[in-house]
Design a protein around this ligand. Structure first.
Ligand SMILES: [Zn+2]
Ligand SMILES: [Zn+2]
Length: 153
């Protein structure tokens, strides 16, 4: 399992392979020691980087790739259309959609934290973690905005 997170000590985005119980920043060696309650029956119970227990699971889909495939497919299809190859044009669009779906199906899951945006890959047993919920995300976003505001005052 590895974690991608923003180190609270040096503020850098780092990625660590987790072997023991302690998360060590590869940039500044700052340690985060999650409590044993972070795990239950070998399943992730809460975020290891921050104390939040709100995690979600999403597809580890590189958004830029997905977009690039669609844009390229659309351009090729437009070129075919301009040359009056309507069947080819349609074929390219369908192939693009299929490729997109295939890629989505092939990629693994990533578990992420609403609060600190840490990402966990290769997490064993994520049965209890629910998919992304916009309402929870909004709640944390507002909370973070309030904190930034009060920190400025
Ligand atoms: Zn650090
Ligand atoms: Zn977190």
């Amino acid at each position: 399992m590895n974690i991608t997170y923003r180190c609270p000590q040096c503020d850098r985005s780092v990625r660590v392979e987790l072997s023991g119980g302690v998360v060590v920043c590869p940039a500044c060696r700052a340690q985060i020691e999650p409590p044993p309650s972070a795990w239950r029956d070998g399943e992730l119970e809460r975020c290891l980087v921050c104390p939040s227990g709100e995690l979600y699971v999403r597809k580890d889909f590189p958004q830029r790739w997905g977009l690039a495939i669609i844009v390229v497919g659309f351009l090729l299809s437009s070129v075919a259309w301009a040359y009056h190859r309507s069947l080819l044009s349609l074929g390219i669009l369908i192939a693009t959609a299929l490729l997109d779906a295939l890629l989505y199906w092939l990629v693994g899951d990533v578990v992420a934290c609403y609060r600190c945006h840490a990402e966990y890959r290769g997490v064993a047993g994520r049965g209890r973690i629910r998919p992304f919920d916009l309402a929870v995300h909004e709640r944390f976003r507002r909370q973070a905005a309030r904190q930034t505001l009060s920190a400025k005052q």
